[in-house]
Design a binder for this molecule. Structure first.
Ligand code: ADP
Ligand code: MG
Length: 217
């Protein structure tokens, strides 16, 4: 579940953003829609606890993120939240398999090699385990990043512009994988996008529309 109240964020020397309240039940699907610059990535970062809310409250899977100090928020995120960022943040210094192992490191948990193999298998990229991210196509890299995001069976899965630069067939496949991964974990799924095609693919999703112009700083 996700519950936000009176969330605002002002960037230093940037716009002040104010967000409508959101309630998503556990296992629900939320589409965060709006044009470029509307604040979608900022909202995701607040819900992921990557940005600390300056005003307001964020509760995710029963945890009040605004009440947790930074280190605890990071540990909580590592264990309970999966994030597929727009820029995938796979390390070129590591193989695909070692990139997945990072999820355990970030969560402070012992590595489970068979779970890594199973996650790669579930996303159809098991044969790429010993490659470096630079040796993957865009779609393959996204699957690897998604495997890492869902490795620890998160309660919430967030995806930022997952269809950017994908053709129609690849976009549909990416959204199908996100849905399937979220369903396997019983996770709440959040997809932030300015891509109008996503609305059709996630037609039953709850919509959080961001189109208000930023408040003057
Ligand atoms: P979206 O994801 O919908 O395109 P963002 O959340 O990335 O929107 O950005 C919302 C607004 O905040 C934009 O006006 C953007 O320029 C601004 N912004 C984003 N990140 C920063 C930052 N680190 N510093 C200052 N302004 C920022
Ligand atoms: Mg964005």
């Amino acid at each position: 579940m996700i519950r936000t109240r009176d969330l605002r964020h002002a960037y230093p020397a940037g716009p002040a953003l104010a967000f409508a309240d959101v309630d998503v039940p556990q296992g629900g699907v939320l589409l965060v829609q709006g044009p470029s610059g509307a604040g979608k990535s900022t909202w995701l970062a607040l819900v992921a606890g990557l940005l600390r809310a300056q005003t307001g409250q964020v509760e995710v899977a029963g945890q009040d993120l605004t009440a947790l100090p930074g280190a605890q928020r990071d540990a909580w995120r590592g264990r309970h939240l999966g994030f597929l960022p727009q820029k995938l943040h796979l390390s070129e210094a590591l193989t695909v398999e070692r990139n997945l192992a990072l999820a355990y490191y970030a969560a402070g948990l012992a590595e489970d090699r068979s779970a890594i193999a199973a996650a790669l298998q579930a996303l159809g990229v098991a044969d790429l385990a010993s490659r470096r991210p630079g040796q993957l196509s865009g779609g393959q890299a996204q699957r690897v990043a998604l495997a890492r995001a869902v490795l620890l069976k998160p309660q919430v899965l967030l995806a930022d512009e997952p269809t950017a630069s994908l053709d129609d067939a690849a976009a549909e496949s990416a959204l199908g994988l996100l849905r399937a991964c979220a369903a396997r974990c019983g996770a709440t799924l959040v997809v932030a996008t300015h891509d109008a095609r996503v609305r059709a693919a996630l037609h039953d999703a709850q919509v959080h529309r961001l189109d208000a112009a930023p408040l003057p700083a």
